[in-house]
Design a protein around this ligand. Structure first.
Ligand code: AMP
Ligand code: GLY
Length: 425
């Protein structure tokens, strides 16, 4: 099989690392990839949101399976484009069609889907320029904190949680009338605040059946103790201590099964990953959000816990035989620590030489924002999130201890990482 992964982050390196180990993989390409993915495959420097370019390389490299890492190409309809193109229609795409991707691409669509299918989630209403006054009144009827969500994709920045009613009203106005998040906030979902602890649950589905992957917890804030600005994610652990068998059964019965049944009933074309962003309130799970892809940095702790051949799983997805597919996991714990550029998630410098990454044992390095300087052969920083250091352990504490020991050996100017990943577990 010739396989192309779209994306350039730690998620895509983790997927590439796993896919490269399959006997079924003949040639692996990553577009555009990073300095890490070039060690396990061939990077192709293309713009993945330009579907003409993607088609060109898919045909040129005789690709059999296209794995779409990030959400933007999915929400823009890359899967439907392939299905409707006679030259591409036999290629398996891991990632839903446009309608399925709306579960991530429109908060209102996701909320309506959950309501129709009896899936537990926070109560909500949505507003636009026409009924913004109703929005103000709805806010008055709620208790603080107020949760405002841009309907569309906003690169993870479109959610505001505010304690003050007047501030919530003025932010609602900015989102709708002043395009605070561009077109994405022309419509705003206002929802009830849920107080609890979050976790990320993933399934791979063929549109009829599903397998549940190891769950994980990610740490989004830049500062210790979950303080400071939101980032793309500073680390993750898997498994999650409070995701007991009983709680996972509730998640499967109350959330996963109704979601898959909803997809079937509503004729949504979905072959790919579903990421359930969940919150545990008392002993009950609720959906905070759906994503139509794997999480980052969760993938960097989830993928190393999958023992089975991922390409075989993708083939079962394509053939819709996932029901008979047995997936196996590694019982050990994993912890992934993200090394980031100083200043991230605000302004930061790039092109810093990274040292200490060769010959590190007892860890897997998943590159995120790195590139190889072909003139000097040096690996340099090229993004805010630079490298995730993932280690195994018999307990979460052991996994974290090893990952931190290794993380400290990697150096670049301005390197920063949180030292308290897993603190709340
Ligand atoms: P989202 O982009 O929907 O995942 O929201 C970003 C973050 O905002 C989530 O990870 C939660 O921490 C928080 N959040 C979103 N919706 C709610 C809610 N209804 N209640 C409490 N926290 C929320
Ligand atoms: N880790 C959260 C996300 O990938 O959206």
């Amino acid at each position: 099989m010739n396989i192309l992964i779209l994306g350039s982050g730690g998620r895509e390196h983790a997927l590439a690392w796993k896919i490269s180990q399959s006997d079924k993989t003949d040639n692996l390409f990553i577009a555009p990839g990073n300095a890490g993915t070039r060690e396990v495959g061939t990077n192709l420097p293309i713009d993945i949101n330009d579907f003409v370019e993607v088609k060109r390389v898919v045909v040129e490299k005789d690709i059999d399976i296209l794995v779409v890492g990030p959400e933007v190409p999915l929400v823009d309809g890359i899967t439907d484009k392939f299905k409707n193109d006679p030259a591409l229609k036999n290629i398996s795409v891991i990632g839903p069609g446009k309608e399925g991707a709306m579960l991530e691409g429109s908060k209102e669509f996701a909320k309506e889907f959950m309501y129709r299918n009896g899936i537990p989630t926070a109560a909500y209403k949505s507003f636009n320029a026409e009924n913004i006054e109703d929005g103000f009144r709805f806010l008055e009827s709620l208790k603080a904190p107020y949760v405002l969500k841009a309907d569309g994709l906003a690169a993870g920045k479109g959610v505001l949680i505010l304690n003050d009613l007047e501030l919530a009203k003025s932010e609602l106005k900015k989102m709708i009338e002043d395009s605070k998040f561009g077109e994405a906030s022309a419509k705003v979902v206002i929802e009830e605040f849920l107080d609890g602890i979050e976790l990320s649950v993933f399934v791979l589905t063929d549109g009829k059946s599903y397998v549940i992957l190891p769950e994980a917890k990610d740490y989004k804030r830049v500062g210790e103790g979950d303080t400071g600005l939101n980032t793309g994610g500073m680390g993750s652990v898997s498994p999650v201590s409070f995701a007991t068998d009983d709680f996972m059964k509730k998640i499967e019965d109350q959330i996963i099964k109704p979601t898959i049944n909803g997809i079937i009933k509503e004729n949504i074309d979905y072959k790919g990953f579903i990421f359930f962003g969940l919150i545990k309130v008392d002993e009950e799970p609720f959906v905070i959000e759906y994503n139509c892809r794997m999480g980052d940095p969760e993938t960097e702790s989830v993928i190393p816990r999958i023992k089975s051949d991922l390409v075989e799983a993708f083939i079962a997805v394509e053939n819709q035989t996932l029901e008979d597919y047995k997936i196996e996991f590694d019982d050990r714990h994993t912890a992934a620590i993200m090394l980031v550029s100083g200043g991230y998630p605000e302004a930061y410098e790039k092109s810093k030489v990274i040292s200490g990454i060769d010959n590190l044992s007892d860890c897997i390095l998943f590159h995120a924002g790195t590139s190889k300087d072909v003139n000097t052969d040096e690996v340099k920083t090229s993004g805010g999130r630079v490298i995730a250091v993932c280690s195994y352990g018999d307990t979460m504490q052991d996994a974290l201890l090893t990952a931190y020991e290794k993380a400290k050996q990697i150096e670049f100017e301005g390197r920063y990482f949180r030292t308290d990943i897993g603190f709340d577990l």
